[in-house]
Write a protein that binds this ligand. Structure first.
Ligand code: ARG
Length: 465
C-alpha cells in the first residue's frame, strides 16, 4: 500500500483519514487558483512575524525565498497538488517545510487557515474586481461608440413588446450605458467592503502574538483592517455582494442579449451580426444563429445560481468559521470566469453588428407610434388629455379600417374627429418631430441624446463610472 503523507494537523489522531474523506474534504482541486494570493499573504505574514520579534531576519528571509520558489514551481507546472494536502494553504506550507526544513513550520505561528483563507479570498476578489471593472469600462465604451454611430437612427420604442413611441437607437443603447454605469458603481462599492485585511484574527479570537496588522495591510495594499476577529473569519458578505453585483450585470447582459436575438431575427431585421460572431446549424444550411447572445442570456442562470448557492451556505451558520464556508469558492470562481468571458466576447460582437437603419425606420413608421403626438397636438389647442386620447383613438381605428397611417390621413378626416385639427397636424405627427418634441431632460430628442452622449464620452475618458 502506498504510504500516506502525514497531515500537518495529525498530532492528536491515531488513524489516518479515509480516502473518501480526503477526497470529500479537499478543496485543493479548485482553491489552487489562489496560490499567488496565498503566497503573497504568507510573505506579508512572515514580515509581521519578523516585526513582532517572533522570527529572526534570517528566518524571515529564508521563508520568503522558499515561498517565492514554491510560486515558481507552481507556475512552471512542477508542483504536485495532492488531495491529501486538503487545500492550497496546507499544500504550500507542507512544501515549504519540505524545502527549508522545520523552519517552514514557524510560518503558521499566530495564524489560522481561517484568517488565511479569508485573506486569500479578499486578495483574489480585489484583483478580479479590478479586472472586471476594466472589462466593463471597455464594454461601456463600445456601447457608447455604437450609440454615436446611430445618433439619428430612428427605431420603434416598445412597451409590452408592442410598438409604442419612436425613439433613437442611440437613446436605446444609452439606456444600457446607464445600467452598466450603475454596475460599475456597485462593483466599486463592493470593492470598498472587500478591501479590509482580516489576518491577525487567528482561528477566531485574535492572535496572541504581537502582529502589526496595519503593516500587513499596507504590505498587501489593503486600505484598512477588519475590526472584529470573529467577524473577520466568518464574514463572506464581500463575496455575496460581488455575486449579487455580478448577477445584476448578467441581468443587463441578458436583457441586451434578448434584444439582439430579437433584432437579428427575420421578423425584426434591425441588425445583422457579423459572421465571426454567429454560428451555423448542423442541418439547416441557411441558418445564422446568435449563439453568443443566447449563451450570455443562458449563462445568467448559473451566475444567479451561484449567488443563491452562497446565500444558502451562509444562512444559519453559527459564528465563527464553519467548513461549510469552503463551499464559497466554486460559485465565486465560476461567476468571475463567466462574467469575464461574457463581457469579453460581447463587446466586439456589438461593435461589429450591422445596423439596418432603414428597417428600423420602416418599423417606426408602422403601428401608429405617433398617436400620442396627435393627442398632444389637441392638448396644446386646449382639449383635456383624456378627451384627446379618445379622439385620436377613433382616428387610429379609422386608419386601421382604411389601411393607412396617421401621416396619410386626410385633413378633412382629422377634422371630422375634431374641429381643433388644422393642416399643421401633418407636421405634428411626423416621426422626426415626435422624437424632437421629447426634449425633456433624459428624453429621446436628438438634442438631449447628443448631450448625454457627450457626457458619457467624457465619463469614459475620465474613467469615471
Ligand atoms: N479550505 C478551507 C476553506 O476553504 C480553509 C480553511 C479551513 N479551516 C479549517 N479550520 N478547517 O474554507
Amino acid at each position: 500500500m502506498k504510504e500516506k503523507k502525514q497531515k500537518l494537523w495529525s498530532g492528536r489522531f491515531s488513524q489516518g483519514t479515509h480516502a473518501l474523506v480526503d477526497e470529500f474534504n479537499a478543496s485543493i482541486s479548485f482553491d489552487k487558483r489562489l496560490y499567488r494570493h496565498d503566497i503573497r499573504g504568507s510573505i506579508a505574514h512572515a514580515s509581521a512575524l519578523l516585526a513582532g520579534g517572533v522570527i529572526t531576519e534570517k528566518e524571515a528571509g529564508r521563508i520568503t525565498v522558499g515561498l517565492k520558489a514554491i510560486e515558481k514551481e507552481i507556475e512552471g507546472g512542477k508542483f504536485v497538488f495532492s488531495p491529501e494536502m486538503e487545500d492550497i494553504h496546507m499544500a504550500v506550507e507542507a512544501r515549504l517545510i519540505a524545502k527549508i526544513g522545520p523552519l517552514g513550520g514557524k510560518l503558521h505561528t499566530g495564524r489560522s487557515r481561517n484568517d488565511q483563507v479569508a485573506l486569500d479570498a479578499r486578495l483574489y476578489l480585489k484583483d478580479e474586481i479590478f479586472e472586471i471593472l476594466g472589462l466593463l469600462h471597455e464594454f461601456k465604451k463600445t456601447v457608447v461608440d455604437v450609440a454615436e454611430g446611430n445618433l439619428e437612427t430612428v427605431m420603434p420604442g416598445y412597451t409590452h413588446l408592442q410598438r409604442a413611441q419612436p425613439v433613437l437607437f442611440s437613446h436605446h443603447l444609452l439606456a444600457y450605458y446607464e445600467m452598466f454605469r450603475r454596475d460599475t458603481a456597485r462593483l466599486l462599492d463592493c470593492l470598498e467592503r472587500t478591501d479590509a485585511m482580516p489576518l491577525g484574527a487567528g482561528a477566531l479570537a485574535g492572535s496572541p502574538y504581537c502582529l502589526d496588522r496595519k503593516l500587513v495591510a499596507r504590505l498587501l495594499g489593503f486600505s484598512r483592517i477588519t475590526q472584529n476577529s470573529l467577524d473577520s473569519v466568518s464574514d463572506r458578505d464581500f463575496a455575496l455582494e460581488f455575486l449579487s453585483a455580478a448577477s445584476i450585470i448578467m441581468v443587463h447582459m441578458s436583457r441586451l442579449s434578448e434584444e439582439i436575438i430579437l433584432w437579428s431575427s427575420q421578423e425584426f431585421g434591425f441588425i445583422e451580426l457579423s459572421d465571426a460572431f454567429s454560428t451555423g446549424s448542423s442541418i439547416m444550411p441557411q441558418k445564422k444563429n446568435p449563439d453568443v447572445a443566447e449563451l450570455s442570456r443562458g449563462k445568467s442562470g448559473r451566475v444567479f445560481g451561484n449567488l443563491l448557492a452562497l446565500l444558502t451556505v451562509m444562512k444559519g451558520l453559527p459564528l465563527a468559521y464553519n467548513k461549510d464556508m469552503q463551499e464559497d469558492k466554486e460559485p465565486l470562481f465560476d461567476t468571475v470566469d463567466t462574467l469575464k468571458q461574457t463581457l469579453k466576447v460581447f463587446a466586439p460582437m456589438i461593435a461589429g453588428m450591422k445596423v439596418n437603419k432603414q428597417a428600423m425606420l420602416r418599423a417606426a413608421q408602422k403601428g401608429f407610434l405617433n398617436a400620442t403626438d396627435a393627442a398632444d397636438y389637441l392638448v396644446k389647442k386646449g382639449m383635456p388629455f383624456r378627451q384627446a386620447h379618445r379622439v385620436v383613438g377613433m382616428a387610429v381605428a379609422k386608419c386601421v379600417k382604411d389601411g393607412v397611417t396617421l401621416e396619410e390621413l386626410a385633413i378633412k378626416d382629422w377634422q371630422g374627429f375634431s374641429g381643433l385639427f388644422g393642416p399643421d397636424i401633418k407636421t405634428a405627427v411626423a416621426i422626426v418631430n415626435s422624437i424632437a418634441a421629447r426634449k425633456i431632460y433624459g428624453g429621446t430628442a436628438f438634442s438631449e441624446v447628443r448631450k448625454r452622449l457627450k457626457e458619457a464620452k467624457a465619463e469614459i475618458k475620465k474613467g469615471a463610472c
